[in-house]
Design a protein around this ligand. Structure first.
Ligand code: SF4
Length: 291
């Protein structure tokens, strides 16, 4: 990105942070404005591990992509994650607890094979970083788990979740993340993805959606309105807390009025253009990303 382009950018949003603001503006504030540290959770790290295994599975030649081969990737990928993030070692109080957690990850990897046959697929991209700037100057960015491109050129965007599929009335929220990616891809290369596919490895369900241009225009308006709401909160320093079942996963209960806490004064920091980085400590999956 050139300096001139960077100067015209008004801010940046990823689907996860947009989802945070929609869930609870105060949670967004704690994560983006205060940049408070969060402890890694077993559910989030399990998500990272399963994603890593499914990404590496496609390094193997098609005929070698079996359940056993995928499960053989679990231990080495866990060791690799531990090397990069040694604090993960403290996630478990005993070897037994760690083994139980690994068994759950193993089941999820096995369940993946009940949903599709990786021997018949050749992804075009894995862990693909996408970034695009809307006309308004808002930069959209994020990581797409997998992109499949058919010989006809039709595109399928795939996201793995280690949680369970949402109830019907929560599907729209789950699909927002996928439409966000579809919008970014459409703005990047002018093609509307044919299918958006969420694969829930917690219970073995798939949620599919075929977007059209009208959907993506509506998503752009929604993303834009979200950004305006974020800017308003920055200006007024009013960050409402909005309790929901996701509070169970929130690391900031001690500072949240819902739990008797008091948020610290808002720091003088705008939600701007932090460097992209990889999926390192600052861009870890949150447990809520896996739902
Ligand atoms: S505990 Fe719940 S209401 Fe409070 S900041 Fe976290 S998500 Fe928001």
């Amino acid at each position: 990105m050139t300096l001139a382009e960077e100067r015209s950018i008004i801010g940046a949003l990823s689907p996860s942070r947009a989802g945070d603001f929609m869930t609870c503006p105060l949670l967004y504030r704690f994560r983006v404005i205060d940049q408070l540290p969060e402890r890694p959770s077993p559910a989030a790290v399990r998500g990272t591990l399963v994603h890593a295994v499914l990404e590496r599975l496609y390094d193997l030649p098609p005929e070698a992509r079996t359940v056993a081969a995928a499960q053989d990737l679990l231990e080495p990928q866990w060791e690799r994650l531990l090397t990069g993030e040694p604090e993960y070692a403290g996630l478990f109080s005993s070897d037994e607890e760690r083994d139980q957690w690994l068994t759950q990850a193993r089941s999820m990897v096995e369940r993946y094979f009940t949903l599709e046959d990786p021997r018949l697929l050749e992804p075009a991209e894995r862990e693909m970083y996408v970034e695009t700037v809307l006309d308004s100057g808002l930069l959209l960015r994020g990581y797409i788990d997998r992109l499949d491109v058919a010989p006809t050129g039709e595109v399928r965007v795939v996201d793995y979740k280690t949680g369970t599929a949402p109830r019907h009335d929560f599907e729209a929220k789950a699909l927002f993340q996928m439409k966000f990616y579809a919008l970014a891809l459409w703005r990047l290369n002018g093609t509307v993805p044919r299918v958006l596919q969420l694969m829930y490895l917690g219970n073995g369900e798939i949620l599919r959606y075929a977007p059209d241009e009208a959907d993506l225009r509506a998503t752009e308006r929604k993303v834009q309105a979200l950004w305006e709401a974020i800017e308003r909160a920055v200006r007024t320093k009013e960050w409402r807390h909005r309790p929901s079942r996701l509070c169970d996963w929130c690391d900031h209960q001690a500072l949240c009025p819902e739990f008797g806490g008091t948020p610290p004064p808002v720091p003088d920091h705008r939600p701007g253009l932090s460097p992209r980085g990889g999926r390192g400590a600052n861009q870890r999956r949150a447990a809520t990303d896996e739902l």
